[in-house]
Design a protein around this ligand. Sequence first.
Ligand code: PMP
Length: 285
Amino acid sequence: YDDRDGVIWMDGKLVDWRSANVHILTHGMHYASSVFEGERCYGGKIFESRKHSERLIFSGEQLDMPIPYTVDEIEAAKYEVLKANNLTDAYVRVLAWRGAGEDMGVASAKNPVRMAVAAWEWGAYYGDAKMKGAKLDISKWKRPSPETIPCFAKASGLYMICTMSKHAAEAKGCSDAMMFDYRGYVAEATGANMFFVKDGEVHTPKPDCFLNGITRQTVVGMLKDRQIKVHERHIMPEELEGFEQCWLTGTAAEVTPVGSIGDYNFEVGAIARDIAEGYEKLVRS
Ligand code: PMP
């Protein structure tokens, strides 16, 4: 991704794509003092753009690294990048991090908080097989307890186990991995939330130790509009056997039906299809 044409917004200026670099003593690289957002622009409009900017500011607060921009300034930066790169349908990545500076130890309060915004075309996150039902592995890593990490921040450090889980999944021919939480309940995939269907009703893990995704919240609203009952609750691993349909939600994943998790199989059923198609319409309306 580093060698291409285009411009990236960095600390208030548009810089050439290939020159959008940081110093090797960047605090964020050594100690994961870094938070980010992933967003999608559809037909020139970023879906739930302000919610993403608000979450970035919240994530920064959680890591004690106040983002030096307001929601309006972040909004302007995102649209400036899209316009400068001539993009109307794109993935938008906003990153904020502690830069290099006076501190090279764990404490970094004197180092500047920096921000960058990049955008590029990114199709279906799970490729062409999207509506056939993704194949998921079961990760050996657990979502940690809220007492051990700032679990509601979209913080780079929390993705270490996600990358490891996804690598293990891909090595087995799967597209992603489902993770349990520290208590053993079903939690989420490595970059997406999960929903299940049983007897016409929807069950989704209660987001009490992981991100309550913006797509997840949108889909809960869509289900309620359709008068489909949604149970947000703790889901035990042994319940997986009884679920008939499953799908993932996330900005990158959008709504992707799941065909299997380990040895458990699901059909790409009517509710999964309806929600996937409904979401596609909604983001462009
Ligand atoms: N969980 C994790 C770990 C994620 O990375 C994401 C993607 N941001 C989500 C859930 C879904 O969040 P959203 O719908 O806000 O993109």
